[in-house]
Ligand binder design. Structure first.
Ligand code: PLP
Length: 402
């Protein structure tokens, strides 16, 4: 089959909506970009964003931060995690996750993922028993939610605080409940490649007032915590205010102004991402070699990217497949590559984490591929991309070629 090349960019997001641009320009006109620089009786854009985030999430409290990684770091430290503690996390995640654990002086212990890219909960239980971790940081990498009921039951039964990394699940739900509300806290990223775009940024949500008071102080609140948008009452800060170091990781009003109109429209973005995901998935499902991850009915995901496996593919075949697809304009990531090219999710490349044997994860990643689905692609683009993938996956592999 002859197929025409695809020529659009896989990293081009939609423009910032005009009302968000207008709000950002308004902030610039005032000159009051810092979250605590407000006129009398003015509530800052950051505080309003925190209020709107908490209302949207259904959480008691929210804190806007400088990045998703900063939200994870603050979350760990506010949970009391520090030097010498063990934190369990997914063996398949992005570097900011083990990075946050290492940054608070703790030791990441990696947990296997299964063939559907979810945390292997039997392995989690075994590693809780073996390591007595101070926390579990569950990373919903590429938007795949494990059995969240079982995960929260395990953590509750073992009295281990659960912090969720929701960088790829902002807007996703498990049995109707929003990702980020299954444990002590949930952290989101508003970096350009995630579900809201402020260039950089992060959000931390929780229902625990003592935790959130510590988190706000850690973010660098200069004793102005009473001016936060979704914060616990003053009494919660009384002791912590002198105990918590300032780690200066606040969000500014410009970013908050960009984010508020996007948050108001996130359900529409989720719907459009899922249309694109379904368009690609339907074509990939026709190819006998390609295995799509199973997605349980409890999971309402956000299809901002799609993953698929070619089980049994050799490294040489995988490189050829990626090269063939690239020649037709389709940018695939292959997670089995030992050299982290354009990604930072290979656990072997985290030399700041003790090496661990993770055979199930490695076997899954050896045949795992990934494509971004930016909202600038229309459904025709998605069909086109999927047909290129199928045509490259269906080609005879090198050793069979004449
Ligand atoms: C992007 C990302 C983060 C945090 O990202 P920042 O760049 O620090 O905002 C955390 N976890 C995962 C899985 C991510 O992809």
């Amino acid at each position: 089959m002859d197929i025409r090349p695809f020529s659009r960019s896989f990293t081009q997001q939609e423009p910032i909506p005009e009302d968000a641009i207008a709000a950002a320009v308004e902030v610039m006109r005032t000159g009051r970009l810092h979250r605590y620089n407000t006129a009398p009786d003015e509530v800052s854009q950051v505080s309003v964003l925190e209020r709107e985030t908490a209302a949207w999430q259904g959480s008691a409290y929210a804190l806007a931060c400088a990045s998703g990684g900063a939200a994870l770091r603050i979350g760990l430290r506010a949970a009391g995690i520090g030097a010498g503690d063990v934190v369990l996390t997914n063996a398949f995640t992005l570097a900011p996750v083990p990075g946050a654990i290492v940054a608070v002086g703790a030791r990441p212990v990696l947990v296997e993922i299964d063939e559907n890219l979810c945390l292997d909960l039997d392995d989690l239980q075994a590693r809780i028993a073996a390591h007595r971790p101070a926390a579990v940081m569950a990373s919903h990498m590429r938007g795949h939610l494990c059995d969240m009921d079982r995960l929260s039951d395990i953590c509750a039964a073992e009295s281990v605080p659960l912090i969720e990394d929701c960088a790829h699940t902002m807007g996703a739900r498990w049995r109707g409940r929003r990702s980020g509300s299954f444990g002590l806290a949930g952290a989101f990223s508003t970096q350009t490649y995630k579900h809201l775009n402020s260039g950089e940024g992060g959000l931390l949500v929780s229902d625990d007032p003592a935790f959130m008071a510590r988190a706000i102080l850690l973010s660098g609140s200069y004793m102005l915590y009473a001016r936060h948008g979704a914060a616990p009452g003053d009494a919660w800060f009384r002791d912590a205010r002198l105990d918590m170091p300032n780690t200066s990781a606040r969000m500014d009003n410009l970013r908050a102004a960009l984010l508020r109109p996007q948050l108001a429209r996130i359900e529409d973005a989720v719907r459009r991402w899922n249309e694109r995901y379904q368009a690609v998935a339907a074509v990939l499902a026709e190819c006998a070699r390609i295995v799509l991850p199973h997605r349980p009915p409890e999971e309402e995901f956000v299809g901002s990217s799609i993953q698929f496996r070619l089980p049994g593919i050799t490294p040489e075949e995988a490189r050829t497949f990626v090269r063939d697809a690239a020649a037709l304009g389709v940018e695939l990531k292959w997670f089995g590559d030992r050299e982290p090219v354009g990604f930072t999710s290979a656990h072997q490349s985290w030399r700041y984490v003790e090496p661990q044997a993770l055979p199930r994860t490695d076997a899954t990643l050896a045949g795992l591929f990934d494509v971004r689905l930016p909202l600038t692609f229309d459904l025709g683009d998605c069909d086109h991309i999927a047909r290129i993938i199928v045509s490259c996956a269906g080609k005879p592999m090198p050793e069979n070629r004449p």
